[in-house]
Ligand binder design. Structure first.
Ligand SMILES: NC(=O)c1ccc[n+]([C@@H]2O[C@H](COP(=O)([O-])OP(=O)(O)OC[C@H]3O[C@@H](n4cnc5c(N)ncnc54)[C@H](O)[C@@H]3O)[C@@H](O)[C@H]2O)c1
Ligand SMILES: [Mg+2]
Ligand SMILES: [Zn+2]
Length: 282
């Protein structure tokens, strides 16, 4: 028997934006929105985009999509263009798209945000220069290098047998309940972060963190580290600024959940598969 392994359509890599040929495809981005064609796609041929004469902040070579080079055009504003729309990344992600394609858009948004926020040396205050061969900006005076910033976050599904603890933050869509999440603080391990965030946000103590998976999350530069944790002790008590409602839900009566392409949904679906024998998510 011959096994055939197909490679994923998306491969991130550093590409020199000054060396790109006519086969290059362009993603046009401004503040977590992408220029979108009438058919709903975000990739445009280089020659078509160059003809639009867009207000460019920076170009970043991102990698290869189905064998073609991809460059990001990060704009300094979002002009209206006849026949094209600006679509927010969250809105794009709410539809059933290929996971590799979503990963490419998430990486592009994160690189674009980083590039616009790292134009000057924070030590000397002078303009930075792009480094050749890796994704970094360098100061010509103090030689500091600025790499893309990534902020680790814990995301945890708290479980108690066939019940899960889900919460709503004011940022969530109306009616949607999700898992708890929070940024790692300096000096903290991910396990300490889980214990602190869960206690702060809903007032309960948890134990036995079990790592499930991770997800790069470009709002604006998080790396989500996903866990199942078991309830240990305490009654639900909300942190008012962060959480507007939190409840224990039986697995057979769950509320509206986060959409596809979210690790929150993945953690919940994994637990459903474990307890109820439903299909395990990919
Ligand atoms: N992919 C998913 O399924 C999913 C689900 C839920 C949350 N998230 C993401 O998890 C991340 C953390 O969640 P949260 O908002 O509940 O965090 P959180 O509970 O730590 O609270 C957010 C607050 O933390 C503070 N903060 C501390 N460090 C910060 C940093 N490095 N960057 C920004 N703010 C910082 C700010 O005051 C901010 O308002 C966010 O990026 C959120 O979008 C992803
Ligand atoms: Mg939080
Ligand atoms: Zn400097």
């Amino acid at each position: 028997m011959t096994l055939v392994f197909s490679s994923p359509p998306w491969r991130a890599q550093w590409l020199d934006p000054l060396q790109l040929g006519s086969e290059t495809q362009v993603l046009v981005h401004y503040r977590q929105s992408f220029l979108t064609g009438s058919e709903g796609g975000q990739l445009f041929p280089l020659t078509e985009v160059d003809a639009l004469d867009l207000p460019l902040s920076t170009k970043q070579g991102l990698g290869m999509w189905e064998g073609l080079p991809i460059v990001l055009y990060e704009l300094s504003e979002a002009p209206s263009i006849a026949g094209l729309n600006w679509l927010g990344l969250r809105q794009i992600m709410s539809s059933q798209l290929d996971t590799s394609y979503v990963e490419m858009l998430c990486m592009a948004a994160q690189v674009g945000t980083w590039a616009t926020q790292h134009r000057f040396c924070s030590h000397c205050g002078i303009p930075l220069l792009a480094v050749t061969g890796e994704r970094a900006m360098a100061c010509p005076q103090c030689h500091n290098r600025y790499y893309p910033r990534i902020s680790p976050c814990m995301i945890a599904l708290v479980t108690r047998g066939d019940e899960v603890l889900l919460a709503r933050s004011p940022r969530h869509a109306p009616g949607v309940f999700s898992t708890l999440a929070g940024f790692v603080e300096p000096g903290e391990t991910i396990e300490q972060c889980i214990a602190r965030e869960v206690l702060e946000e809903v007032g309960v103590q948890v134990t036995q963190p079990r790592y499930i998976t991770s997800q790069s999350w470009p709002f604006p530069h998080s790396l989500m580290l996903g866990f199942h944790v078991q309830y240990l002790h305490g009654e639900i008590r909300l942190q008012p600024e962060e959480i507007e409602e939190a409840r224990w839900f039986p697995l057979n009566a769950l509320p509206n959940l986060p959409g596809p392409h979210t690790i929150a949904r993945h953690l919940i679906d994994c637990y459903l598969a474990e307890r109820l024998g439903t299909t395990h998510p990919m």
